[in-house]
Design a protein around this ligand. Structure first.
Ligand SMILES: [Mn+2]
Length: 424
């Protein structure tokens, strides 16, 4: 963790300026009938989970270039997550990936408690072979033609549930690499039947207060067809499995220009939106940092979420899912958490009564202007003030750099072997 005195000293330098900016924004919002304190409370209450694997440098099919002080194993990853939460107060939970993060659950709980963290959804992994598992996933897992391979994949998912039960997790995310690379390689229909049959076996083992998430992905690692390729398929899965099954939307797993906010609205309508994997993309499944390419789209997604937030039963699991190839992963995660929180706060200050009035009058121009007015509002003073009040950093990246955390861990962490990064 970073010494509290460093955060305090960094905040002291920025506090007077922040107070001025906060008051000025408060006065401006008040003219429109918006109370800044209500928005600050919403910022404080917002949290997005960190994926344990996001703390390591990612990679592409070309190469991976590990940075200094890469985490070696889950305890190092939790340390890094603790620092991100300490500086942002926006990332209170960590999402584990099995088998990469396998450890004694009691040790995981003790470490998380020490760092003030909790555990989010468990993530299974049947898109690569596991040590000690005899059968290969080269040609699929839950939808494999071989029943023994399917059984091995089912048992792995059940093991993820069992670990999760011991550390307070309440959800299992199933993303599979199953698909095909050549037309004719597999039966598109029977492969899906086998997948559903396997998922039903996992669902049967789900504790009563858990949820299971299916995550669609347009392509990768298979390039011709993917078993869970779009939200329609994901919805079919969730509907066939039952009430505890919901859909996860990863912003990067869509073709360019797809209207993701509309998918969000449809899934909420169906009672099947389980949560998000946040990232951004320019061309395809690029896993770029949240808000770096299309911040307006991120805002529009949150606009739907805020508009529909009183929907009965809506309980969203938010997580970041990115691949950090050229940045310090901790810095990317700090900035991304802030961008996601920013979109939420901006969406929260949309004048919904005015918007609804313009809709009733078919005044498209003013309806769009109402959204833009919220999107153009710089809510940084609200985010910074929420952090300051929580004892986090007014400027988290500057404080992180001033603390020299990366150099400190680089000095004591041996060079990472490289496992567990880059696959997202
Ligand atoms: Mn994802």
């Amino acid at each position: 963790m970073i010494e509290t005195s460093i955060i305090e000293a960094e905040n002291a330098r920025r506090q007077a300026g922040l107070a001025q900016d906060y008051d000025a924004l408060g006065a401006r919002l008040a003219r429109n009938g918006v109370e800044i304190e209500a928005l600050t409370r919403r910022a404080t209450g917002f949290g997005v989970a960190i994926p344990s694997w996001g703390t390591g440098t990612g990679g592409t099919r070309f190469a991976r270039f590990p940075g200094e002080g890469e985490p070696n194993g889950i305890m190092d990853k939790l340390d890094d997550c603790g620092v991100i939460q300490q500086l942002t107060d926006a990332t209170p939970r960590v999402s584990l990936h099995i088998p990469w993060d396998k450890a004694d659950p009691a040790d995981l709980m003790a470490k998380a408690e020490e760092l003030g963290l909790g555990f989010d959804a468990m993530n299974s992994n049947t898109f690569q072979n596991h040590e000690g598992h005899p059968l290969s996933y080269k040609y699929g897992s839950l939808s494999h033609v071989d029943i023994a391979t399917r059984q091995q994949a089912i048992e792995h998912n059940i093991e993820c549930i069992e670990i999760g039960e011991k550390i307070g997790s309440k959800a299992l995310t199933v993303w599979i690499g199953d698909g095909s690379n050549f037309p004719g390689q597999t039966s598109l229909s029977r492969q899906f039947d086998r997948y559903l049959e396997s998922m039903k076996r996992i669902y049967a083992r789900l504790p009563g207060d858990w949820r299971i998430f299916s995550e669609h992905k347009i392509y990768e690692p298979a390039f011709y067809s993917t078993v869970v390729q779009d939200w329609g398929t994901s919805l079919m899965i969730a509907q066939e499995l039952g009430d505890q099954a919901q859909c996860l939307v990863d912003l990067g797993h869509h073709a360019p220009n797809v209207n993701i906010e509309m998918i969000v609205a449809r899934l909420i309508r169906a009672g099947k939106l389980g949560g998000f994997h946040f990232n951004d993309s320019k061309y395809g499944d690029d896993d770029l940092d949240s808000g770096t390419i299309e911040p307006f789209r991120l805002f529009l997604v949150f606009n739907e979420l805020v508009e529909l937030e009183d929907t009965p039963g809506l309980n969203l699991a938010h997580m970041i899912d990115q691949s950090h190839n050229v940045t310090d992963p901790i810095e990317s995660l700090i900035v991304s958490a802030g961008e996601i929180q920013r979109a939420y706060v901006q969406a929260s200050l949309v004048d919904r009564a005015a918007l609804e009035g313009y809709r009733q009058e078919n005044d498209a121009l003013m309806a769009a202007a109402t959204l833009r007015a919220a999107f153009r509002t710089d809510v940084e003073p609200i985010l910074a003030e929420a952090r300051r009040r929580a004892g986090a950093a007014i400027d988290p990246v500057a404080t992180y750099r001033a603390a020299g955390y990366r150099a400190q861990v680089a000095a004591r962490r041996p060079k990472a072997a490289g496992g567990g990064g880059g696959i997202v």
